[in-house]
Ligand binder design. Structure first.
Ligand code: SF4
Length: 268
C-alpha cells in the first residue's frame, strides 16, 4: 500500500524547534524511564498473563508464522517530555505481544496512528514493527497492563499488579497536560492513577464516554475515547472521523495552553 506523504506538519515553528531540541538533548528522567521499562520487560508478576503471552508467542498464528514473537511485557514509548499521554488497555496477542511495541502490528494501531499522524503527534500514519522508524512528537503511550490478556479481558488483580509501573511513569512525565483514556479501562486507569497521586480535585471517578472531557486539575485535562478495537470499528461505533476529532481536540487544547503560557511570559 502506498503511504501518502501528507500533512505531517508541526505548524508552530517555535514548538518544532523546541521539540527537536528536547528530542536531541535527553533529560536525566529518560535514564530513569529506561530503567523502569527494563523492569517492566522483566516482570513476571501475573501468572495467568505470563502463561498466555508465552503460549501465544510459541503457537503464533498462521499469518505471522515467520515471526519471532516478543512474548514479554510491552514497554511504554514516546517522548518523555510529552504533553499528551495515551493510556490504553493492554497489548494485543498478535499485535504488541508479537512486535514488542504498543499499538503496533494490528488494526487498532493502524487506526490510532492515522489519527495521531493527522494531528501531528507522530512521524508516520503506520506502526508495523519496532524498526519502522516511527517517532512520537509530544506524545507518550502507555497502558493499564503491559501483558496481553486472554480475550482482551484483564482481571482486577492484574490491573492492580501493574499499577505501580503506571504511577511511576506519571511521576516521571512532568509536562503532561492532556490525557486520553483509550477505552473505559484505560480511562479509569488514568483517573485512578491521578487520584492515587493526589493530582486531581475530582472526588469520584468520572463517567466514561466517547468525547467526554474532565478537568483533573488546573493543568491537566482527561479525555475519553472509544477504543479502536475491531469490535468498535467494524460495527461503526467508532469511525475515523470520531477518532480524528479526539486528537484534533487534544491538539487545540495543547496549542491554547502554549499560547496562554507565551502571553503570561510576555506580561512578566
Ligand atoms: S501485567 Fe504488568 S504486573 Fe502483570 S506480569 Fe505483566 S508487566 Fe507484570
Amino acid at each position: 500500500m502506498r503511504i501518502q506523504k501528507q500533512s505531517f506538519v508541526i505548524r508552530d515553528s517555535r514548538l518544532k524547534t523546541k521539540l527537536e531540541t528536547r528530542n536531541a538533548d535527553p533529560e536525566p528522567s529518560e535514564t530513569v524511564m529506561d530503567a523502569l521499562q527494563k523492569r517492566v520487560i522483566a516482570c513476571k508478576t501475573c501468572p495467568r498473563l505470563v502463561e498466555w503471552r508465552t503460549t501465544i508467542a510459541e503457537k503464533r498464528t498462521r499469518r505471522f508464522a515467520e515471526w519471532k514473537y516478543w512474548g514479554k511485557p510491552v514497554p511504554s514509548f514516546g517522548d518523555t517530555n510529552a504533553r499528551l499521554l495515551l493510556v490504553g488497555l493492554a497489548p494485543a496477542a498478535h499485535g504488541g505481544n508479537r512486535t514488542g511495541r504498543m499499538f503496533t502490528g494490528d488494526e487498532s494501531g493502524n487506526w490510532l496512528f492515522r489519527a495521531l499522524f493527522n494531528a501531528g503527534f507522530s512521524t508516520q500514519p503506520t506502526s508495523t514493527d519496532r524498526s519502522d522508524g516511527l517517532k512520537l512528537y509530544d506524545c507518550y503511550i502507555t497502558a493499564t497492563c503491559r501483558c496481553a490478556p486472554p480475550k482482551n479481558k484483564l482481571l482486577r488483580d492484574e490491573i492492580r499488579n501493574c499499577r505501580p509501573f503506571l504511577l511511576k511513569e506519571l511521576s516521571l512525565l512532568k509536562n503532561i497536560r492532556v490525557v486520553i483514556g483509550v477505552g473505559k479501562i484505560g480511562f479509569d486507569a488514568a483517573f485512578d492513577s491521578f487520584r492515587k497521586l493526589c493530582r486531581t480535585q475530582l472526588k469520584s471517578r468520572p463517567k466514561f464516554g466517547h468525547g467526554v472531557i474532565y478537568k483533573l486539575n488546573e493543568n491537566v485535562t482527561l479525555i475519553g475515547t472509544y477504543h479502536p478495537s475491531q469490535q468498535n470499528t467494524f460495527t461503526g461505533k467508532l469511525t475515523e472521523n470520531m477518532l480524528n476529532e479526539i486528537f484534533t481536540k487534544a491538539r487545540k487544547m495543547l496549542d491554547r495552553h502554549a499560547d496562554a503560557k507565551t502571553k503570561k511570559g510576555s506580561l512578566e
